[in-house]
Design a protein around this ligand. Sequence first.
Ligand code: NAD
Length: 360
Amino acid sequence: MKYNIAVIAGDGIGPEVVQETVKVLNLVGEKFGHRFDYQYLLAGGCAIDKLGTPLPEETLEICRKSDAVLLGAVGGPKWDDPTAKIRPEQALLGLRGALGLYCNLRPAVLYAPLKDASPLKESIIANGIDVLVVRELTGGIYFGERGLTTDNGIPAAYDTEKYNEEEVRRIAKIGFESAMKRGKKITSVDKANILESSRLWRRVVEEVATGYPEVELSHLYIDNAAMQMVKDPTQFDVIVTSNLFGDILSDEASMVTGSIGMLPSASLGENSFGMYEPIHGSAPDIAGKGIANPLATILSGAMMLRNSFKLEDEAQVIEKAVLGVLEDGYRTGDIMSEGMKLVGTTEIGKLVMEKIEKGM
Ligand code: NAD
């Protein structure tokens, strides 16, 4: 099969981590008989410098025609003036909106060899952490009606949390589909004891659940979910939740694994289309030094194979290779610990490829 991938390397360490990912994808393609064609596109700070806009129309057009988008990171101190009208991050929001990416998937995995990186006690994470947060991305309070008003003459402001059944149904389905491919457990997070929108959310999730009898569904209120995430994150398999709650919970889930350079993400729309990127930023402090950890982006590549191209075996080959490299004791600076072997961006990319070669 042939797949068209739009590549937005972006700024800072973006191009360095994307380069390793493309090499890994090419090797997997070669091994399994797939062809990946790449089109390199500008977005973010580099696009502002060259074309005066963070998201050129051509970039958007080509992304729309592609099967998936692979993104490094955008932004950096050069474009960080908070008063500037044109900012690199506008590219991300522009891409999500224009491409209809309504679902954000954020797996938070604590790999056994990286247990020291977690801020949680050894006894809590003895069995590792493997949570997938499925966050609604284009609805809820971030998109609801808002404004400034007055309350008996006192200046006031408001934001509105609103979901329609269809918005909840489509994200819930992704949650259940994901659970079917994993541990068949899903936790829906809401605040149904208080919020009307959460009661609708819960009702629709329960209705969707009837189509997935093998999946065990439970509900948690957001305050309890936030506590459980640090008390016992191993209890979670898939979490499905709204835009606001998902924003907070997915960051919390990432932090309990302790290593920003390891975590991938996917933003999905209709028809398997998706945008895949590491959760970290452009790390301007280490850009160009050849020391960035490319594993989050490589794992984002694996998510692309799984979610957009339905290549599950190929995705697992990459994930196993990454785990194997960590088990062998190789580390980039961000995940380095005593007694381990320190390597740079291209070296760790090469080690992943060697594992893939050996594992086949
Ligand atoms: P950051 O994630 O870029 O960096 C935070 C810290 O983690 C830094 O010390 C950095 O060196 C380290 N780090 C991050 N990724 C790493 C990797 N792969 N390997 C090794 N170390 C890594 O966050 P920040 O410093 O807050 O932001 C820097 C720039 O990135 C800002 O302009 C910000 O707006 C932008 N940003 C972009 C995205 C995105 O493109 N999706 C996300 C977050 C931040």
